[in-house]
Each structure stands twice: as structure tokens, then as C-alpha cells.
Ligand binder design. Structure first.
Ligand code: LFR
Length: 489
């Protein structure tokens, strides 16, 4: 008997409602509804358009009616963002987007409240300004009254789950992105929360990834004329849903989840929190069955997505395929950026910032669209090698194959560059890693699938996986020396 579930995935390039059908062998997916997920800037603050997005969830549910019985739904989003609700469950304010400027300088401030080493030793998280800890710290400084009125802090997937079910819970994987979790114990860290001056009572009970939150509320069912349906806390953190889709058979593997962000790391049974990992600023994030992703955030395809937006603002529209063709025609290994340099994080004129970076570092300046895109792809691939080496140093292991999953694997050029730069086989796919993982986690929660290994095999059968072998290794090795100088190493 076929089973159907719904997956809602909120990414920077849009939100989607997908129907997943499992026939016992494979999972097939169909897009029911696609919508934009643009942040909205109001008087200098960048917000989530959260009510509009909840409306889009409802549209997805309405469209799914054509299938008849749907077993459950699950929601994933990017990490760290949240909404505050009062005792009656009313949203106190629109959730703020992590690219908002309110967290500027908050990392430094936090070190005056809690020793940096201790902070890392407890949370095991990479220090990034966008983390929930620093968003909340900025509220303690600027918006104390808001925190005083808050009953609960709900991370974005948990907030949508609450809107649908009335249940206020915190799903484990998304909690692990906050930098407020004790990585070894898997609970909210009282010590960090107290040190930062955040009210302790706003943190909800943590539930494991892949468990039932509740069912659609009467109000939602009546409004949309729907039957009751289970809501599953999948891995609310998109990266952890994507992890379910890594087609590795070996226990020790290196993965690259490739979308707006690139997350490169390995899967462990317990966190690594060492001096080395702290110096390299590597994070430990939690997923299904408390598996640990020991990984680093790299800026990812954001630079291409945002450059494309810039060219659009200049009146030139390019599809991603077209950008890739132009990049192929450009001269290889001409110049590099450090994709993680701070100037590339905010929205704006990325091509100009790339030219400025190359000029400042005494390199040739990329002028054409193709040259800019090639520079981004090659710099990303070089950064992947750099981070892969850091991870290997921390785990003391080497990895033969790099498993790339997610939307970024649609770029053949990026896959080729990655194989060349890293000097190893690249396995690329599935493209729809996050959605397939979201679906598989629902099927695991319903015991339609029994183990993570089985889920990985089913997903590997369900979508195409391609292999890339390294070429021109000598040229890339030589260019890697240049890259390291450019990034100041
Ligand atoms: C990827 C992701 C990363 C997280 C970043 C910001 O979409 O979820 O894992 O570090 O977005 O939340």
C-alpha cells in the first residue's frame, strides 16, 4: 500500500510544499505548491513574512486534498531564527531574519559575560553572529521589554508546528543550531542562558527529531475542511533533514550539503569539542538519533544567488544554467576570493565586492559575468578542500569520497571543481536531499521505514546520483597555494 506524506521546506530561494509517495521501495516526490520566501525590510529591520508563509502552508494543504489520505506533514527551515509568543500563544512580533544587522558586535559582547572557551566547550558550536544566542543577546540589550512579555521562544519550524497544532515544543536538531544547547547532554544550557541574561522560562521542552508533535488543530481542520493529520517534528533544521539523504554506505564519510549555504563535515556518534576544533571554529550539530554533524558553515551558493539578483537590479536576467555556461567559457583558476570574508554575507552588490577583494589582494580582476561566476565556483571548491583538511585533522581520518547533496549538485561545474580541488571522487545527489529527508523522517516516525540505514538506501534508489573524478590535479594543487595566500593562511 502506498503511503503519502507532505513536506514543507523553507529555504532562502523559496518555500515549497511537496507530496512524497512511498511504495515500499522508493520515494517519489511531486511539487504541490511553490512560493517565494523573501525577507521584508521595514524601517531598517529584516523580518520573516511569517503570516504570509503560514497562508502558503494552508495553500499547500488545500492542494494536497486531491490525494485523499495523507498520513502526516513535516516542516523544515534554515536554522537559528525564532518567534516569541506570549501566554495566549500570540506572536509578539514578526520573527527577524538572521541576516539582520541586530547581531553586529554581539559575539564580542558575549565573551564579557561568558568565557569564550567555556562557551564553546558547552555548546560545541561554531561562533557565528547569526546564531540564536546572539540574536537573543541583542534583545536583552535593545528590547528587554519584549523578552519580559515572552512566554516561549519557538524556533521557526517549531513556530509553524505550533500554529498548526497548538503544541509548543522544541525539536532537537533545530535547538542544536542555537548555541544555547549543551552538546553533550542534549539539553538547554542553563549556564549559557543565565550568563547571557536570557530568561530561562522561554525555552520549551526538547523533543527528538522524527517524533510526533500532535495533530492539526480543530480550527485549522475546520477552516480548510480537512481531516485530522499528524504533524511530525522531522529534523526541523533543513541541513539535518538533508543528512538523512546522504547515500553513504561507509560509517565514516564526509558530506557537503550544498544550497544557499555549504555545510561540509562528517557524521559522528558523539561531539568533538577540542582545542583544535575550537581554533578551526567547527560546529557540532545534532540530528536524528542524536547523531552529530561535525561541520563547518561555508558561505555557499549565496554569492551566486545574490550576484544574480544584482544583475537583475541592473536590468540583466540570467538563468542558473546560463550563468554556468558563461562561467565555463571564462579562463580557469584566474583569481579567488575567500567566500567567508565578512563582506560577502550581507545582501547587496556582490560582484563589486568580489572585484574589490581581488584588487585588494593583488590578483587579476574578474570583469565579465562568466568570470565572476567562475571565480565564485572555484573559490568555493578551494574552500571545501581547506575545510575538508581541517575536519580530517580533527577526526584523524581521511575520506575517499565526498558526498555532495542538495540543489547545488545541479551545477556540474561546481561538482567538477570540487572533485578537482579536493582530489577525490565526488558523489553528487540527490538534488532534493532536504525534502527526501523530511519525508523519510516522517516515514521513520510512522514505522514505515525501520532504520536510518534503510532510509538512506531507499533515498539512494529514488533519485539520480552522479560520480565525478578529479582532473588536472597538478594545476589545482598549484592554484591551491595561491588560494591559501589570498585567504591569509
Ligand atoms: C542551511 C542552514 C545552515 C545554518 C544556516 C543558517 O540552510 O540551515 O545549516 O547554519 O542555514 O540558519
Amino acid at each position: 500500500m502506498e503511503k503519502r506524506v507532505l513536506a514543507f521546506d523553507f529555504g532562502a530561494s523559496g518555500g515549497r510544499a511537496m507530496c512524497g509517495t512511498f511504495d515500499g521501495e522508493k520515494i517519489s516526490i511531486e511539487e504541490l505548491h511553490r512560493f517565494s520566501n523573501d525577507p521584508v525590510l521595514v524601517n531598517g529591520t529584516m523580518y520573516w513574512d511569517v503570516l504570509r508563509l503560514f497562508h502558503e502552508i494552508k495553500q499547500g494543504l488545500i492542494r494536497a486534498k486531491k490525494y485523499g489520505k495523507i498520513e502526516s506533514l513535516g516542516i523544515d527551515t534554515w536554522g537559528v531564527d525564532f518567534g516569541l509568543v506570549d501566554e495566549q500563544g500570540r506572536l509578539l512580533e514578526n520573527p527577524v531574519h538572521y541576516r539582520d544587522v541586530r547581531t553586529a558586535g554581539m559575539i564580542e559582547k558575549s565573551f564579557r559575560k561568558i568565557d569564550k572557551e567555556r562557551f564553546y566547550r558547552i555548546t560545541g558550536n561554531q561562533f557565528m553572529e547569526l546564531n540564536t544566542a546572539f540574536q537573543l543577546l541583542s534583545l536583552t540589550e535593545e528590547r528587554k521589554e519584549l523578552l519580559e512579555r515572552a512566554d516561549q521562544m519557538l524556533l521557526m519550524p517549531d513556530l509553524f508546528n505550533f500554529f498548526l497544532t497548538g503544541e509548543k515544543k522544541a525539536e532537537y536538531s533545530i535547538v542544536s543550531t542555537t548555541q544555547l544547547m549543551d552538546a553533550k547532554e542534549g539539553c538547554w544550557s542553563k549556564e549559557v542562558i543565565e550568563a547571557l541574561g536570557i530568561p530561562e522560562h522561554i525555552f520549551p521542552e526538547i523533543i527528538p527529531s522524527g517524533t510526533r508533535v500532535g495533530e492539526l488543530s480543530d480550527a485549522v481542520c475546520q477552516e480548510l475542511e480537512l481531516d485530522k493529520m499528524d504533524v511530525i517534528a522531522v529534523a526541523g533544521h533543513d541541513t539535518q533533514s538533508a543528512m538523512i539523504s546522504v547515500p553513504a554506505k561507509e560509517k565514516d564519510f564526509i558530506f557537503l550539503s550544498c544550497g544557499t549555504w555549504s555545510l561540509l563535515g562528517t557524521e559522528l556518534d558523539a561531539p568533538i569539542i577540542s582545542e583544535k576544533s575550537r581554533n578551526y571554529n567547527i560546529t557540532n550539530e545534532g540530528g536524528y538519533e542524536k547523531k552529530v554533524s561535525f561541520l563547518k558553515n561555508i558561505i555557499g551558493l549565496w554569492c551566486i544567488q545574490e550576484s544574480r539578483r544584482q544583475w537583475m537590479r541592473e536590468g540583466k536576467e540570467y538563468g542558473f544554467g546560463e550563468l554556468e555556461e558563461l562561467a565555463r567559457k571564462a579562463q580557469p583558476l584566474k583569481c579567488f576570493i575567500d567566500p567567508d570574508a565578512p563582506e560577502f554575507t550581507p545582501a547587496g552588490n556582490i560582484p563589486r565586492r568580489i572585484r574589490e577583494f581581488c584588487q585588494r589582494t593583488g590578483q587579476e580582476i574578474p570583469e565579465t559575468v562568466g568570470e565572476i561566476v567562475r571565480c565564485i565556483d572555484e573559490s568555493l571548491a578551494m574552500k571545501y578542500r581547506y575545510v575538508k583538511e581541517e575536519i580530517q585533522e580533527c577526526t584523524g581520518k581521511t575520506y575517499e569520497t565526498l558526498y555532495m547533496v542538495g540543489g547545488g549538485t545541479q551545477s556540474r561545474l561546481l561538482c567538477e571543481c570540487t572533485a578537482n580541488a579536493c582530489g577525490c571522487t565526488v558523489s553528487a545527489g540527490p538534488i532534493e536531499a532536504t525534502v527526501l529527508g523530511n519525508i523519510a523522517l516522517q516515514l521513520l516516525a510512522q514505522k514505515e521505514i525501520s532504520t536510518l540505514e534503510e532510509a538512506r538506501q531507499i533515498i539512494a534508489r529514488s533519485q539520480e546520483i552522479r560520480q565525478f573524478e578529479p582532473e588536472n590535479e597538478r594545476d589545482w594543487d598549484e592554484a591551491y597555494e595561491r588560494f591559501q595566500k589570498v585567504i591569509g593562511k
